[in-house]
Design a protein around this ligand. Structure first.
Ligand code: CAA
Length: 263
C-alpha cells in the first residue's frame, strides 16, 4: 500500500507490522467524500492483504479526525439515486472485509460519518478534547453509516437516543467514561503514538490467533450470549489445528519466547 500514491489519504508504516492511514483532506476537515472513501478502501484492502502488516491505525489531523460525510456531495442527492447506487454502502467494506485489527486514533472532530468511521474500527483511542457526535438531525436527516446502531451498542440506548435526537456533541473524556473509547489521552500526539504502540503489540502476536480473536469479539455484536459462547468455543477448538497454538504453549512450558509461524 505504501507504494500507491493517494490524494486524500496518506499511508505509511511508522512501526514494524503497523499500517498507518492518515486522512488528509484538511480544507474540508476530512469530510468523507466518495473519492476519499474509494482511496481508503483501496488502502485498507492492500494493507489487509499485505503479509508485513499485522494491525492498522486510522487517524486524521489534530483538528479533525473527520467532520462527517461530505455534506456538499449529498446536498442534492435524490432518494432514487441514493437507493439505486447504494449510497454509503461502500463504507461497509471497512467493517466487513478488513480482517486485521483497526485502531482509530481520534483527535479533534469526529462528527456524523466521522464518528461512524471511528466506531467501525475495532478499538477507539482519543484525546480528551476530541469532539464526537451524530449531528445529522441538524441537517434534517439521521446517521446513515451505522451510527444509530453502533453508538447505541457502545453507550446504551438512553444516552445514544439523547445524542442522536439533539445532535449534541460529546467530548473524548466522556467517550472514555461511557466506554466508547478504550483509552483517553491528554495530547493528540500521545493518542496517535499509543495507538501505534498498541498496533505494534498486536502485530507481534500470531496472525492466526489475532484474526480469530477479532472474529469472535465481533460475533458478540450479532449473537446472543448462548450462541456467541458456542461460536467462541468452536473457533477456540479450531485453533488447536494451528501451528501457533503449539508454538505458544510449548514456549510457555519451556520458559521461552514464542517465535510465531503465522500458521
Ligand atoms: N462536509 C463537507 N464539508 C465540510 C464538512 C462536511 N461534513 N465539515 C466541514 N466542511 C468544510 C466546511 O464547509 C468548510 O469549507 P469552506 O472553507 O469551503 O467553507 C471547511 O470544511 C472548514 O469548516 P468550517 O469553516 O465549518 O470549520 P469550523 O472550525 O468553523 O467548524 C465544524 C468545524 C463544527 C466541524 C463544522 O465544520 C461542522 O459543523 N461541520 C459539519 C459537521 C456535520 O454536520 N457532520 C455530519 C455530516 S452528515 C453525515 O455524516 C451523514 C452520515 O451519517 C453518513
Amino acid at each position: 500500500a505504501a507504494a500507491t500514491s493517494y490524494e486524500l489519504i496518506m499511508v505509511s508504516s511508522p512501526k514494524p507490522g503497523v499500517g498507518l492511514v492518515t486522512l488528509n483532506r484538511p480544507k474540508a476537515l476530512n469530510a468523507l467524500s466518495t473519492p476519499l472513501f474509494l482511496e481508503l478502501n483501496d488502502a485498507l484492502r492492500k494493507l489487509n492483504q499485505d503479509n508485513d502488516t499485522g494491525a492498522i491505525v486510522i487517524t486524521g489531523s489534530n483538528k479533525a479526525f473527520a467532520a462527517g460525510a461530505d455534506i456538499k456531495e449529498m446536498k442534492d442527492l435524490t432518494f432514487s439515486t441514493a437507493y439505486t447506487t447504494d449510497f454509503i454502502e461502500l463504507w461497509s467494506s471497512l467493517s466487513s472485509q478488513v480482517k486485521k485489527p483497526i485502531i482509530a486514533a481520534v483527535n479533534g472532530y469526529a462528527l456524523g460519518g466521522g464518528c461512524e468511521l471511528a466506531m467501525m474500527a475495532d478499538v477507539i483511542y482519543c484525546s480528551s478534547t476530541a469532539t464526537f457526535g451524530q449531528p445529522e438531525i441538524k441537517l434534517g436527516t439521521i446517521p446513515g453509516a451505522g451510527g444509530s446502531q453502533r453508538l447505541t451498542h457502545a453507550i446504551g440506548k438512553s444516552r445514544a437516543m439523547e445524542l442522536i435526537l439533539t445532535g449534541k456533541t460529546f467530548s473524548g473524556k466522556e467517550a472514555g467514561e461511557w466506554g466508547l473509547a478504550a483509552r483517553v489521552f491528554q495530547q493528540p500526539e500521545e493518542c496517535l503514538e499509543e495507538a501505534l504502540k498498541t498496533a505494534e503489540v498486536i502485530s507481534g502476536y500470531s496472525r492466526v490467533a489475532v484474526k480469530a480473536a477479532k472474529e469472535v469479539v465481533n460475533k458478540s455484536q450479532d449473537l446472543g450470549v448462548r450462541d456467541g459462547v458456542e461460536y467462541e468455543r468452536r473457533v477456540f477448538h479450531s485453533l488447536f489445528g494451528s501451528k501457533d497454538q503449539k508454538i505458544g504453549m510449548t514456549a510457555f512450558a519451556e520458559k521461552k519466547q514464542p517465535q510465531w509461524s503465522n500458521e
